[in-house]
Design a protein around this ligand. Structure first.
Ligand code: PLP
Length: 370
């Protein structure tokens, strides 16, 4: 089989083999329901609670502030729809649809939703947030890092403003957890969403950090799992795999960041050396390896398909929007010209990429674009 160069790590990542090994016993032998009081149920519960403690330690939270969910989308829906009560929400134009569509659902129920514009670099400035805070604002939601252009947001400064105005802060940290050092106390957020498959954990599992004392009601109703706030039998193997993956990625996050950043530099230098002209989106504070490039006069969709045929996997933006051909809401919000927006691709390198992958990407893009 032809070797494929996978450069769409922002869409999903390969399951880490150690995370898989950690999951195996809970898929095959230790399958008891963790809510059951008998011995084998207590064993799965113990594994689940250990996983919760590991995850909490990785992000500077208390163990009982971590609530397991089915992934980033559920965590975002829960935070927005149940953290806002019936109050107003302030969010940014460049959030993931899991946040934006949750806000739209709240608006349909009569809640007021206000939006903050990003700068052309994709930054949500604390000043812009402060000017948009209204009397009715109860919850602010700003992502930690953008999934299409990689911009890292000044969350702790935004948190200072939220505290000043007595407003709750949620951050969608799905692209950031496991990729950059994060500490919920230093960030000063009340709610934080994460998803395991973005950091080499399994798909279909994630968590919501809920700071102690934060008023929030359940999104999923039913049993009394997750301290009565998120009903449904927990996916113990997935939770165990998520903890193993996060512990591993957190333990070498600095090293990974440095490696991936140097791959990113090599890629951009390679394109420049080959005379490829591009505009990079997202400003100068981006997630390591997340590279949004616009090529004037080209079609991003066509580049994606041609590079796929040549064995290089890229994307045009958010994975969830892979079926759509219209210009992404993020590129529109940063006011990128339509012509450039149409010629935009996202390359997202990860810790499994090697220098030779980068050289293949450069060669492939050069072939397509020349
Ligand atoms: N938020 C962001 C920023 C994302 O990038 C994604 C996935 O691409 C999600 C939320 C949704 O996460 P999940 O796929 O776990 O539902």
């Amino acid at each position: 089989m032809k070797k494929i160069v996978y450069a769409d790590n922002a869409a999903t990542t390969q399951l880490d083999p150690d995370a898989f090994e950690a999951m195996k016993p809970y898929l095959l032998q230790e399958y008891a329901n963790p809510s059951q009081p008998y011995s084998i149920g207590r064993r799965t519960k113990k594994a689940m609670e250990e996983a919760r403690a590991v995850i909490a330690a990785c992000i500077g939270a208390e163990t009982d502030e971590i609530y397991f969910t089915s992934g980033g989308t559920e965590s975002d829906n829960w935070a927005i729809q149940c953290g806002s009560g019936s109050g107003g929400i302030l969010t940014s134009e460049i959030e993931h649809h899991a946040v934006l569509h949750s806000c739209a659902a709240c608006a349909q129920k009569g809640q007021i939703v206000d939006y903050v514009d990003p700068t052309p670099d994709g930054v949500i400035t604390p000043e812009a947030v402060e000017t948009q805070i209204k009397e009715h604002t109860k919850l602010i939601s700003v992502m930690t890092a953008n999934n299409e252009i990689g911009t890292i947001q000044p969350i702790s400064e935004i948190a200072d403003i939220c505290r000043k105005h007595n407003v709750m802060l949620h951050t969608d940290a799905v692209q950031a957890v496991g990729h950059i050092p994060l500490d919920v106390r230093k960030l000063g957020v009340d709610l934080l969403s994460a998803s395991a498959h973005k950091f080499h954990g399994p798909r279909g599992v994630g968590f919501l950090y809920i700071k102690k004392g934060t008023p929030i009601i359940p999104f999923m109703n039913g049993g009394s799992q997750e301290a009565g706030l998120r009903a449904g039998t927990q996916n113990v193997p997935a939770v165990v795999g998520m903890a193993a993956a996060l512990q591993k990625s957190s333990s070498h996050v600095q090293e990974t960041m440095a490696n991936v950043r140097s791959l990113e530099t090599a890629l951009l230098e390679g394109l420049t050396r080959n005379g490829i002209r591009y505009t990079r989106n997202g400003g100068n504070k981006t997630l390591p390896g997340l590279i949004s490039l616009s090529f004037s006069g080209y079609d991003g969709e066509a580049i994606l398909h041609r590079s796929d045929l040549l064995g290089v996997i890229l994307s045009t933006g958010s994975a969830c929007d892979g079926q759509r051909t219209e210009i992404s809401h993020v590129l529109k919000a940063i006011r990128l010209e339509d012509e450039l927006a149409r010629g935009t691709i996202r390359i997202s390198l990860g810790d499994l990429n090697q220098e030779e992958d980068v050289m293949t990407i450069v060669r492939t893009l050069t072939k397509i674009l020349k």
